[in-house]
Ligand binder design. Structure first.
Ligand code: HQG
Length: 184
């Protein structure tokens, strides 16, 4: 099997954070031109891609990170951006509880300031503890916070659900957070 992980990570970097790495830009809605993306990647040392491989990456990505437009002339990341684009997220009422996995070393600051988007546009929340553990473990020893999203929503905080099922919000004040680690 082809190892598409390296290419997929590079595409995430381009479509979420640094399109300029390959000399392209994203439009207002986060779309990149597919032809430009393929040419740009092929101009980069150590990377090569064709349309078939790009389609395979989009189709098989385990988190559904990317979408094509209808005629596959454009591609974008569904969430996770640091560049300021509007991916036309759907505002939705969240479930009563969502989860956020993070690293132990961030907890003191999170207890004080709540959850902030940091380098991204939104705070990312997971629908179950298992997913939150995976997300948090990317950063170090994992701690999971339970987020009282129902209460937040009733108080007027907005939530969006990305095309690939990630819950997003702008910030979570500490009063809506409850640490779960000691209970697991
Ligand atoms: C932490 C992955 C200190 C926050 C995942 C996190 C996700 C604070 C880190 C998506 C803080 C930012 C996003 C505060 C938040 N003080 N630290 N006040 N507030 N933090 O990677 O949520 O594989 O930007 O807890 O699956 O870990 O890329 O966010 O640990 O859905 O598709 O600051 O990325 O998806 O880290 O992950 P990140 P995240 P992909």
């Amino acid at each position: 099997m082809k190892d598409l992980t390296k290419l997929s990570k590079f595409i995430a970097l381009i479509l979420r954070h640094k399109p300029e790495t390959i000399g392209i830009s994203l439009d207002h809605n986060g779309w990149a031109n597919v032809g430009e993306l393929i040419e740009g990647i092929n101009r980069t040392d150590g990377y090569s891609i064709d349309m078939e491989t790009l389609e395979e990456i989009v189709r098989t990505d385990e988190k559904g990170r990317y979408s094509f437009n209808d005629d596959k002339t454009k591609i974008r990341a569904n969430q996770g951006h640091s560049v300021n684009v509007d991916v036309e997220l759907k505002e939705e009422i969240p479930p009563e509880t969502l989860y956020h996995g993070t690293a132990e070393r961030f907890c003191e600051s999170i207890r004080k300031e709540g959850l902030k988007p940091m380098s991204r546009l939104y705070v990312h929340l997971s629908k179950d503890v298992e997913t939150a553990v995976k997300v948090g473990s990317r950063h170090g020893k994992c701690v999971v916070f339970k987020v009282k999203t129902g209460e937040m929503s009733r108080q007027g905080y907005k939530f969006w659900l990305s095309e690939n099922g990630v819950w997003l919000t702008k910030n979570v004040p500490p009063i809506f957070l409850e640490e779960l680690n000691e209970k697991r």
